[in-house]
Design a protein around this ligand. Sequence first.
Ligand SMILES: O=C(O)C(=O)C[C@]1(C(=O)O)C=C[C@@H](O)C=C1
Length: 365
Amino acid sequence: MSDEQVRLGELREEIDSLDQKIMELISARAKCAQEVARVKTAANPEQDVFFYRPEREAQVLRRIKDANPGPLPGEEMARLFREIMSACLALEKPMHIAFLGPIGTFTQAAALKHFGHSVVSVPLPAIDAVFREVESGAAHYGVVPVENSTEGMINHTLDMFMSSPLKICGEVQLRIHHHLLISPEFRDQEITCIYSHQQSFAQCRQWLDTHRYGIERVTVSSNAEAARRAAKEPGTAAIAGDMAAELYGLETLANSIEDRPDNTTRFLIIGREEVPASGHDKSSILVSMRNKPGALYQLLEPFHRHGISLTRIETRPSPSGTWAYVFYIDFEGHMDDEQAHKVLAEVDEEAVELKRLGSYPIGVL
Ligand SMILES: O=C(O)C(=O)C[C@]1(C(=O)O)C=C[C@@H](O)C=C1
Protein backbone atom coordinates (compact mmCIF):
# COMPACT_ATOMS: atom_id res chain seq x y z
CA MET A 1 0.00 0.00 0.00
CA SER A 2 1.38 3.44 -0.93
CA ASP A 3 1.79 6.23 1.66
CA GLU A 4 -1.00 8.11 -0.09
CA GLN A 5 -3.40 5.14 0.25
CA VAL A 6 -2.53 4.76 3.94
CA ARG A 7 -3.18 8.49 4.58
CA LEU A 8 -6.44 8.38 2.62
CA GLY A 9 -7.57 5.41 4.74
CA GLU A 10 -6.79 7.30 7.96
CA LEU A 11 -8.64 10.42 6.81
CA ARG A 12 -11.70 8.39 5.79
CA GLU A 13 -11.77 6.72 9.19
CA GLU A 14 -11.70 10.16 10.78
CA ILE A 15 -14.56 11.30 8.53
CA ASP A 16 -16.59 8.18 9.49
CA SER A 17 -16.11 8.90 13.15
CA LEU A 18 -17.01 12.61 12.70
CA ASP A 19 -20.13 11.64 10.71
CA GLN A 20 -21.17 9.35 13.56
CA LYS A 21 -20.82 12.24 16.03
CA ILE A 22 -22.66 14.68 13.72
CA MET A 23 -25.49 12.15 13.37
CA GLU A 24 -25.75 11.69 17.14
CA LEU A 25 -25.80 15.48 17.64
CA ILE A 26 -28.44 16.01 14.94
CA SER A 27 -30.57 13.27 16.56
CA ALA A 28 -30.22 14.96 19.97
CA ARG A 29 -31.26 18.27 18.35
CA ALA A 30 -34.28 16.61 16.71
CA LYS A 31 -35.35 15.17 20.09
CA CYS A 32 -35.10 18.70 21.55
CA ALA A 33 -37.37 19.99 18.77
CA GLN A 34 -39.90 17.21 19.53
CA GLU A 35 -39.87 18.32 23.16
CA VAL A 36 -40.32 21.97 22.06
CA ALA A 37 -43.44 20.85 20.15
CA ARG A 38 -44.78 19.08 23.26
CA VAL A 39 -44.22 22.20 25.39
CA LYS A 40 -45.85 24.48 22.79
CA THR A 41 -48.91 22.19 22.51
CA ALA A 42 -49.26 21.86 26.30
CA ALA A 43 -49.10 25.67 26.67
CA ASN A 44 -51.88 26.24 24.08
CA PRO A 45 -54.14 23.17 24.27
CA GLU A 46 -57.23 24.94 22.87
CA GLN A 47 -55.58 27.13 20.22
CA ASP A 48 -53.74 27.00 16.94
CA VAL A 49 -50.12 26.24 17.86
CA PHE A 50 -47.56 28.07 15.74
CA PHE A 51 -44.75 25.55 15.41
CA TYR A 52 -42.88 27.56 12.76
CA ARG A 53 -41.12 30.49 14.42
CA PRO A 54 -39.61 32.80 11.76
CA GLU A 55 -37.95 35.09 14.32
CA ARG A 56 -36.23 32.16 16.06
CA GLU A 57 -35.09 30.63 12.75
CA ALA A 58 -33.58 33.97 11.69
CA GLN A 59 -31.73 34.22 15.02
CA VAL A 60 -30.38 30.66 14.70
CA LEU A 61 -29.18 31.23 11.12
CA ARG A 62 -27.60 34.60 11.95
CA ARG A 63 -25.75 33.10 14.92
CA ILE A 64 -24.47 30.22 12.77
CA LYS A 65 -23.21 32.65 10.11
CA ASP A 66 -21.48 34.82 12.73
CA ALA A 67 -19.92 31.94 14.67
CA ASN A 68 -18.85 29.90 11.64
CA PRO A 69 -15.11 29.14 11.99
CA GLY A 70 -14.58 28.09 8.32
CA PRO A 71 -13.28 26.72 6.03
CA LEU A 72 -16.89 26.41 4.75
CA PRO A 73 -18.31 29.87 3.85
CA GLY A 74 -20.94 31.27 6.27
CA GLU A 75 -23.65 31.07 3.57
CA GLU A 76 -22.95 27.38 3.05
CA MET A 77 -22.95 26.60 6.79
CA ALA A 78 -26.26 28.47 7.21
CA ARG A 79 -27.73 26.50 4.29
CA LEU A 80 -26.83 23.21 6.03
CA PHE A 81 -28.43 24.38 9.26
CA ARG A 82 -31.43 25.59 7.24
CA GLU A 83 -32.01 21.96 6.21
CA ILE A 84 -31.44 20.61 9.74
CA MET A 85 -34.03 23.05 11.15
CA SER A 86 -36.40 22.22 8.30
CA ALA A 87 -36.21 18.50 9.21
CA CYS A 88 -36.67 19.32 12.92
CA LEU A 89 -39.73 21.46 12.16
CA ALA A 90 -41.21 18.65 10.03
CA LEU A 91 -40.96 16.39 13.11
CA GLU A 92 -42.90 18.99 15.10
CA LYS A 93 -45.47 19.58 12.35
CA PRO A 94 -45.20 19.01 8.57
CA MET A 95 -45.66 22.46 7.00
CA HIS A 96 -47.78 22.95 3.86
CA ILE A 97 -46.41 25.85 1.82
CA ALA A 98 -48.49 27.22 -1.07
CA PHE A 99 -46.50 28.91 -3.85
CA LEU A 100 -47.08 30.48 -7.25
CA GLY A 101 -46.68 27.41 -9.46
CA PRO A 102 -46.43 25.27 -11.42
CA ILE A 103 -43.64 23.15 -9.98
CA GLY A 104 -40.23 24.20 -11.26
CA THR A 105 -40.84 27.97 -10.94
CA PHE A 106 -38.45 30.39 -9.24
CA THR A 107 -41.12 30.84 -6.56
CA GLN A 108 -40.78 27.16 -5.64
CA ALA A 109 -36.99 27.58 -5.50
CA ALA A 110 -37.54 30.58 -3.16
CA ALA A 111 -39.95 28.56 -0.96
CA LEU A 112 -37.40 25.75 -0.59
CA LYS A 113 -34.58 28.23 0.05
CA HIS A 114 -36.60 29.83 2.85
CA PHE A 115 -38.21 26.76 4.48
CA GLY A 116 -35.73 24.02 3.50
CA HIS A 117 -36.68 20.81 1.70
CA SER A 118 -38.68 19.08 4.47
CA VAL A 119 -41.89 21.01 3.75
CA VAL A 120 -44.78 19.96 1.51
CA SER A 121 -44.81 22.57 -1.27
CA VAL A 122 -48.18 23.09 -2.97
CA PRO A 123 -48.21 24.73 -6.45
CA LEU A 124 -51.14 27.08 -7.21
CA PRO A 125 -51.96 28.74 -10.53
CA ALA A 126 -52.16 32.41 -9.45
CA ILE A 127 -51.06 34.87 -6.78
CA ASP A 128 -54.63 35.34 -5.46
CA ALA A 129 -55.02 31.54 -5.20
CA VAL A 130 -51.93 31.44 -2.94
CA PHE A 131 -53.50 34.13 -0.69
CA ARG A 132 -56.83 32.23 -0.57
CA GLU A 133 -55.13 28.92 0.29
CA VAL A 134 -53.41 30.49 3.29
CA GLU A 135 -56.48 32.54 4.34
CA SER A 136 -58.63 29.39 4.40
CA GLY A 137 -56.04 27.52 6.46
CA ALA A 138 -55.50 24.87 3.73
CA ALA A 139 -51.81 25.91 3.69
CA HIS A 140 -49.79 27.11 6.69
CA TYR A 141 -47.86 29.75 4.71
CA GLY A 142 -47.60 31.05 1.16
CA VAL A 143 -44.75 32.36 -1.02
CA VAL A 144 -45.33 35.04 -3.67
CA PRO A 145 -42.94 37.24 -5.71
CA VAL A 146 -43.04 40.95 -4.83
CA GLU A 147 -40.26 42.67 -6.78
CA ASN A 148 -37.51 42.11 -9.29
CA SER A 149 -34.33 44.19 -9.39
CA THR A 150 -34.58 44.62 -13.18
CA GLU A 151 -38.33 44.87 -13.71
CA GLY A 152 -39.65 46.48 -10.51
CA MET A 153 -42.66 45.70 -8.36
CA ILE A 154 -45.12 42.86 -8.91
CA ASN A 155 -48.24 44.96 -8.51
CA HIS A 156 -50.63 42.05 -8.28
CA THR A 157 -49.00 40.97 -5.01
CA LEU A 158 -49.07 44.52 -3.57
CA ASP A 159 -52.74 44.92 -4.52
CA MET A 160 -53.70 41.64 -2.81
CA PHE A 161 -52.70 43.12 0.56
CA MET A 162 -55.36 45.83 0.21
CA SER A 163 -58.13 43.28 0.77
CA SER A 164 -56.39 40.31 2.41
CA PRO A 165 -56.17 39.90 6.21
CA LEU A 166 -52.86 37.99 5.85
CA LYS A 167 -49.61 39.16 7.42
CA ILE A 168 -46.11 39.26 5.96
CA CYS A 169 -44.02 36.78 8.00
CA GLY A 170 -40.75 36.88 6.10
CA GLU A 171 -38.85 37.70 2.93
CA VAL A 172 -36.40 35.80 0.78
CA GLN A 173 -34.22 36.96 -2.10
CA LEU A 174 -33.21 34.73 -4.96
CA ARG A 175 -30.58 35.43 -7.62
CA ILE A 176 -32.36 34.73 -10.90
CA HIS A 177 -30.35 33.06 -13.66
CA HIS A 178 -32.18 32.48 -16.93
CA HIS A 179 -30.96 29.97 -19.52
CA LEU A 180 -31.93 29.33 -23.13
CA LEU A 181 -33.06 25.70 -23.07
CA ILE A 182 -33.92 23.05 -25.65
CA SER A 183 -34.90 19.41 -25.59
CA PRO A 184 -31.92 17.13 -26.46
CA GLU A 185 -34.38 15.20 -28.67
CA PHE A 186 -34.83 18.24 -30.97
CA ARG A 187 -31.22 19.46 -30.78
CA ASP A 188 -30.78 19.44 -34.59
CA GLN A 189 -33.92 21.43 -35.38
CA GLU A 190 -33.82 25.13 -36.22
CA ILE A 191 -35.45 27.19 -33.45
CA THR A 192 -38.41 29.24 -34.70
CA CYS A 193 -40.09 30.06 -31.41
CA ILE A 194 -38.97 30.85 -27.85
CA TYR A 195 -41.37 30.43 -24.91
CA SER A 196 -41.07 32.25 -21.61
CA HIS A 197 -42.85 34.30 -18.96
CA GLN A 198 -43.28 37.98 -19.74
CA GLN A 199 -41.01 38.98 -16.79
CA SER A 200 -38.21 36.69 -18.02
CA PHE A 201 -38.42 38.08 -21.57
CA ALA A 202 -38.10 41.55 -20.05
CA GLN A 203 -35.08 40.50 -17.98
CA CYS A 204 -33.31 39.02 -21.06
CA ARG A 205 -34.42 41.60 -23.68
CA GLN A 206 -30.96 42.86 -24.71
CA TRP A 207 -29.47 39.38 -24.92
CA LEU A 208 -32.37 38.20 -27.13
CA ASP A 209 -32.15 41.28 -29.37
CA THR A 210 -28.41 40.67 -29.85
CA HIS A 211 -28.24 36.88 -30.08
CA ARG A 212 -31.67 35.66 -31.22
CA TYR A 213 -33.09 38.67 -33.07
CA GLY A 214 -36.14 37.88 -35.23
CA ILE A 215 -37.12 34.63 -33.53
CA GLU A 216 -40.75 34.70 -32.41
CA ARG A 217 -41.18 35.23 -28.63
CA VAL A 218 -44.30 33.63 -27.17
CA THR A 219 -45.37 34.63 -23.69
CA VAL A 220 -46.73 31.86 -21.45
CA SER A 221 -47.96 31.78 -17.84
CA SER A 222 -44.66 30.69 -16.22
CA ASN A 223 -41.08 29.64 -16.99
CA ALA A 224 -41.95 26.09 -16.01
CA GLU A 225 -44.79 26.08 -18.57
CA ALA A 226 -42.29 27.37 -21.16
CA ALA A 227 -39.94 24.49 -20.33
CA ARG A 228 -42.80 21.97 -20.48
CA ARG A 229 -43.70 23.14 -24.01
CA ALA A 230 -40.10 23.18 -25.25
CA ALA A 231 -39.72 19.59 -24.00
CA LYS A 232 -42.44 18.33 -26.37
CA GLU A 233 -42.52 20.76 -29.33
CA PRO A 234 -39.77 20.45 -31.96
CA GLY A 235 -38.26 23.75 -33.18
CA THR A 236 -38.93 25.54 -29.90
CA ALA A 237 -36.78 26.69 -26.97
CA ALA A 238 -37.57 28.04 -23.51
CA ILE A 239 -36.10 30.67 -21.23
CA ALA A 240 -36.24 29.28 -17.70
CA GLY A 241 -34.13 28.47 -14.67
CA ASP A 242 -32.28 25.40 -13.40
CA MET A 243 -35.25 23.81 -11.62
CA ALA A 244 -37.47 23.86 -14.71
CA ALA A 245 -34.56 22.62 -16.91
CA GLU A 246 -33.99 19.66 -14.61
CA LEU A 247 -37.69 18.91 -14.23
CA TYR A 248 -38.28 18.70 -18.01
CA GLY A 249 -34.88 17.21 -18.99
CA LEU A 250 -33.80 20.21 -21.09
CA GLU A 251 -30.24 21.11 -22.01
CA THR A 252 -28.67 24.54 -21.98
CA LEU A 253 -27.91 26.34 -25.24
CA ALA A 254 -26.85 29.57 -23.48
CA ASN A 255 -26.22 30.03 -19.78
CA SER A 256 -27.22 33.01 -17.55
CA ILE A 257 -28.61 35.22 -20.31
CA GLU A 258 -30.20 37.81 -17.97
CA ASP A 259 -29.16 41.35 -18.96
CA ARG A 260 -28.22 42.41 -15.43
CA PRO A 261 -25.71 40.19 -13.62
CA ASP A 262 -27.31 41.05 -10.25
CA ASN A 263 -30.83 40.08 -11.39
CA THR A 264 -32.62 39.24 -8.13
CA THR A 265 -36.24 38.64 -7.17
CA ARG A 266 -37.61 39.26 -3.70
CA PHE A 267 -40.41 37.02 -2.42
CA LEU A 268 -42.70 37.43 0.59
CA ILE A 269 -43.79 34.77 3.03
CA ILE A 270 -47.45 35.28 3.94
CA GLY A 271 -49.19 33.78 6.95
CA ARG A 272 -52.00 34.26 9.45
CA GLU A 273 -50.07 35.47 12.49
CA GLU A 274 -47.81 38.33 13.52
CA VAL A 275 -44.10 37.67 14.05
CA PRO A 276 -42.32 38.90 17.21
CA ALA A 277 -39.07 40.89 16.90
CA SER A 278 -35.94 38.95 15.90
CA GLY A 279 -33.49 41.82 16.48
CA HIS A 280 -32.99 42.64 12.79
CA ASP A 281 -36.39 43.29 11.26
CA LYS A 282 -38.29 45.18 8.63
CA SER A 283 -41.95 46.27 8.57
CA SER A 284 -44.51 46.88 5.83
CA ILE A 285 -47.61 49.07 5.91
CA LEU A 286 -50.28 50.25 3.47
CA VAL A 287 -51.47 53.83 3.95
CA SER A 288 -54.17 55.82 2.19
CA MET A 289 -54.02 59.60 2.46
CA ARG A 290 -56.50 62.31 1.53
CA ASN A 291 -55.83 63.96 -1.81
CA LYS A 292 -54.57 67.32 -0.55
CA PRO A 293 -51.35 69.35 -0.96
CA GLY A 294 -48.51 68.08 1.23
CA ALA A 295 -50.13 64.71 1.92
CA LEU A 296 -46.99 62.75 1.05
CA TYR A 297 -44.80 65.10 3.10
CA GLN A 298 -47.16 64.72 6.05
CA LEU A 299 -46.93 60.94 5.76
CA LEU A 300 -43.13 60.77 5.55
CA GLU A 301 -42.12 63.53 7.97
CA PRO A 302 -42.71 61.49 11.19
CA PHE A 303 -40.38 58.74 9.90
CA HIS A 304 -37.64 61.32 9.40
CA ARG A 305 -38.27 62.98 12.79
CA HIS A 306 -38.06 59.65 14.64
CA GLY A 307 -34.98 58.49 12.70
CA ILE A 308 -36.60 55.51 10.94
CA SER A 309 -35.22 54.60 7.51
CA LEU A 310 -37.64 53.79 4.73
CA THR A 311 -36.44 51.02 2.44
CA ARG A 312 -39.26 51.35 -0.11
CA ILE A 313 -42.26 53.45 -1.02
CA GLU A 314 -44.63 52.56 -3.86
CA THR A 315 -47.82 54.27 -4.96
CA ARG A 316 -50.77 52.20 -6.13
CA PRO A 317 -54.12 53.33 -7.53
CA SER A 318 -57.00 52.96 -5.13
CA PRO A 319 -59.15 49.86 -5.83
CA SER A 320 -62.38 51.46 -4.58
CA GLY A 321 -61.88 54.98 -5.84
CA THR A 322 -62.51 56.32 -2.34
CA TRP A 323 -58.80 56.24 -1.48
CA ALA A 324 -57.00 59.04 -3.22
CA TYR A 325 -53.55 57.49 -2.86
CA VAL A 326 -52.43 54.14 -1.54
CA PHE A 327 -48.80 53.99 -0.44
CA TYR A 328 -47.02 50.72 0.19
CA ILE A 329 -44.14 51.45 2.61
CA ASP A 330 -41.31 49.27 3.98
CA PHE A 331 -39.23 50.58 6.87
CA GLU A 332 -36.40 49.29 9.03
CA GLY A 333 -37.25 47.91 12.46
CA HIS A 334 -40.17 46.15 14.14
CA MET A 335 -43.58 47.76 14.73
CA ASP A 336 -43.25 46.97 18.45
CA ASP A 337 -40.10 49.16 18.66
CA GLU A 338 -40.82 52.32 20.64
CA GLN A 339 -39.97 54.73 17.79
CA ALA A 340 -41.99 52.79 15.21
CA HIS A 341 -44.92 52.71 17.62
CA LYS A 342 -44.87 56.51 17.90
CA VAL A 343 -44.55 57.03 14.13
CA LEU A 344 -47.46 54.70 13.36
CA ALA A 345 -49.66 56.41 15.94
CA GLU A 346 -48.98 59.77 14.21
CA VAL A 347 -49.55 58.35 10.73
CA ASP A 348 -52.79 56.74 11.93
CA GLU A 349 -54.11 60.16 12.95
CA GLU A 350 -53.59 61.68 9.49
CA ALA A 351 -54.36 58.72 7.27
CA VAL A 352 -57.71 57.68 5.84
CA GLU A 353 -56.57 54.15 6.59
CA LEU A 354 -53.42 52.52 7.93
CA LYS A 355 -53.01 48.79 7.47
CA ARG A 356 -50.16 47.03 9.29
CA LEU A 357 -49.01 44.28 6.94
CA GLY A 358 -46.46 42.90 9.36
CA SER A 359 -42.96 43.01 10.82
CA TYR A 360 -40.59 40.22 9.87
CA PRO A 361 -36.90 39.24 9.99
CA ILE A 362 -34.73 40.67 7.20
CA GLY A 363 -33.84 37.73 4.92
CA VAL A 364 -30.77 35.86 6.26
CA LEU A 365 -30.01 33.41 3.42
O1 LIG B 1 -37.44 27.07 18.84
C1 LIG B 1 -38.50 26.62 18.42
O2 LIG B 1 -39.61 27.20 18.66
C2 LIG B 1 -38.54 25.39 17.63
O3 LIG B 1 -39.62 24.95 17.28
C3 LIG B 1 -37.26 24.75 17.20
C4 LIG B 1 -36.84 25.11 15.79
C5 LIG B 1 -35.40 24.56 15.55
O4 LIG B 1 -35.27 23.48 14.99
O5 LIG B 1 -34.46 25.24 15.98
C6 LIG B 1 -37.77 24.48 14.83
C7 LIG B 1 -38.78 25.19 14.22
C8 LIG B 1 -39.02 26.61 14.45
O6 LIG B 1 -39.41 27.25 13.27
C9 LIG B 1 -37.87 27.28 15.07
C10 LIG B 1 -36.84 26.58 15.63
